[in-house]
Write a protein that binds this ligand. Structure first.
Ligand SMILES: [Zn+2]
Length: 281
């Protein structure tokens, strides 16, 4: 599932569409599970026709295209949420039958949204709906810029397990299951620790680990793992999976202490950790 580093990589890969005008929007017919699209394709295509892509940014685990129809309209926001298998591409897609949207501009290659499982969403928001949907009440600060002070303020009175709390997008935007395990290992915190037991110093270590792991994963263009389908915007796999220290490594040796990495299930999601290197508070 694309998390912050994968979506950031996709956004950088399609940043070349900044400033381009949309000449055509096509939702190909297919026999696959339909992607959730709002408003319906015909209306969205009409709203995007001849509009300009003003900016390409990331919002947590979503890619956002700021769209300007003309100078008399407020900008609107085309939001792609890849969920499990969604991809944004600027080259030919991995398969043709899972292409959900083709946006043609003045560039030679179109912008493509591809999704094998069809769980990813495509939504065009007007400015006020966008702001109310993604305001600070709904989405926490971005995980790339989180501080120990903020994490501590948000979590110090919570009794949840720290791993489960890190996945809550209202607390922290962008972290998912892979990077939560990696961040907790880097910060030497046991994922089963309840938030209210963590020290202020541990929150500082978590924030530092969050920034370090995510920046490194962006540099390596994200993680492509197992049967997952994550690819960069030019259809290459990411490389950070080779550097995972705990995720997907249960029963393998910890690189630091040689103890077996353990797997537990928390809120129906797998968590991987080293029971020796990671302290339970
Ligand atoms: Zn260890």
């Amino acid at each position: 599932m694309p998390e912050l580093p994968e979506v950031e990589t996709m956004c950088r890969g399609i940043a070349c569409f900044r400033g381009e005008s949309i000449t055509n929007t096509h939702f190909p017919r297919h026999t696959r599970r339909p992607s959730p699209i709002q408003p319906r394709p015909k209306i969205m295509a009409a709203k995007l026709q001849r509009a300009r892509i003003m900016d390409v940014t990331r919002l947590g685990k979503r890619a956002v295209l700021r769209i300007r129809q003309n100078e008399h309209h407020m900008d609107s926001f085309l939001v792609f949420e890849p969920r499990m298998t969604g991809l944004l591409l600027r080259v030919s897609p991995p398969t043709s039958e899972h292409v959900r949207l083709i946006v043609t501009t003045g560039r030679k290659q179109p912008l493509i949204f591809w999704d094998r499982r069809g769980l990813g969403t495509i939504t065009l928001f007007n400015k006020s709906t966008f702001e109310s949907r993604f305001g600070s009440h709904a989405l926490g600060p971005d995980a790339l810029t989180i501080t120990g002070l903020t994490l501590h303020a948000k979590l110090h009175s919570s009794r949840r397990h720290i791993k489960v709390a890190l996945l809550d997008q209202k607390i922290l935007a962008g972290v998912g299951n892979i990077y939560a395990s990696e961040i907790l290992y880097d910060a030497k915190v046991d994922p089963r620790t309840r938030c209210h037991r963590l020290t202020r110093a541990a929150y500082d270590r978590l924030a530092t680990a969050c920034s370090r792991i995510l920046h490194h994963a962006i540099k390596m263009e994200g993680s492509s793992i197992g049967d997952e389908t994550y690819r960069t915007a030019d259809n290459r796999p990411g490389r950070y999976q080779r550097l995972h220290k705990v995720y997907g490594r249960s029963k393998n040796e910890c690189f630091q202490c040689k103890t077996s990495i353990q797997r537990v299930v928390q809120s129906q999601r797998s968590t991987f950790f080293c029971p020796v290197c990671q302290q339970r508070y």
